[in-house]
Design a protein around this ligand. Structure first.
Ligand code: 13P
Length: 251
């Protein structure tokens, strides 16, 4: 039986945004409050420096999140941020295991899983990212690589409430390239089967987002695919007009 999952449209501002950018966040919050996304949940994952102010601006209808957290709770870890700190600043969720973190900071699946567990301890929802590189896809290894990332990164305590999976092919991020509808459908169906096997009591309801060059002009065709339960949006989330145009797929 098909299960209905409430979509999540999430933005990832990455290392972008200063005080002046909060005007865009305000416009996003107003659009979402005005019903631009229908019943879909919307979130923007902000740089930590904007989180507390962003949470105030976001109000009741738009969630804000972080982009990474430490696997540790508190302590001597200069420059790192505990999940509890993000929560204290107003975050409801946090991205873990984004490919940019895996590549720039050598984060392994085990590290990503520990970060997701830290997020759970703080009461945050973890958006766990997985995705293959172009050479891995060209070699025909995309399913195997992503399956191994999911299995290694997903904590046993994952539930549909505390976890969202995001499929972000590395080669589609920031490039304007997107996989074919068939390739996205195949990957998300594969994840769904894997989630059901790993989490017999929640795998069917856990949301799977697609991310990688989601734009207003391709959002509808991507979001309509079976087992695509929303989007994780980089560049297009920096502009309220584009983010709201994508979210309006669910209006
Ligand atoms: P783009 O939407 O800019 O391709 O970025 C996707 C992404 O990495 C979101 O986490």
């Amino acid at each position: 039986m098909a299960i209905s999952r409430n979509a999540l449209v999430a933005g990832n501002w990455k290392m972008n945004g200063v005080s002046a950018s909060l005007a865009e966040l305000k416009a996003i919050a107003e659009g979402v409050a005005g019903g631009a996304a229908g019943t879909a949940a919307c979130a923007i994952c902000l740089p930590a420096t904007l989180l507390a102010r962003g949470a105030e601006i976001a109000g009741q209808h738009l969630l804000v999140g972080g982009q990474d957290c430490s696997a540790e709770t508190f302590g001597a870890h200069t420059g790192d941020l505990a999940a509890e700190m993000l929560r204290d600043s107003g975050a409801s969720l946090v991205i873990v295991g984004h490919s940019e973190r895996r590549a720039d900071h050598g984060e392994t699946n085990a590290v990503v899983r520990a970060k997701a567990e830290a997020a759970y301890r703080a009461g945050l929802t973890a958006i766990i990212c997985v995705g293959e590189t172009r050479p891995q896809r060209d070699a025909g290894d995309a399913l195997e690589i992503c399956g191994a990332q999911l299995e290694g990164s997903l904590p046993p305590g994952a539930t549909p409430d505390n976890t969202v999976l995001a499929y972000e092919p590395v080669w589609a991020i920031g490039t304007g390239l997107v996989p074919t509808v068939d390739d996205v459908a195949a990957m998300h169906a594969f994840f769904r089967a894997q989630l059901k096997a790993l989490l017999p009591h929640g795998g069917d309801a856990l949301r799977i987002l697609y991310g990688g060059s989601v734009k207003p002009d391709n959002a509808e065709s991507l979001m309509r695919i079976d087992n695509v339960d929303g989007a994780l949006i980089g560049g297009a989330s920096l502009k309220a007009k584009d983010f709201l145009a994508i979210a309006s797929v669910y209006a």
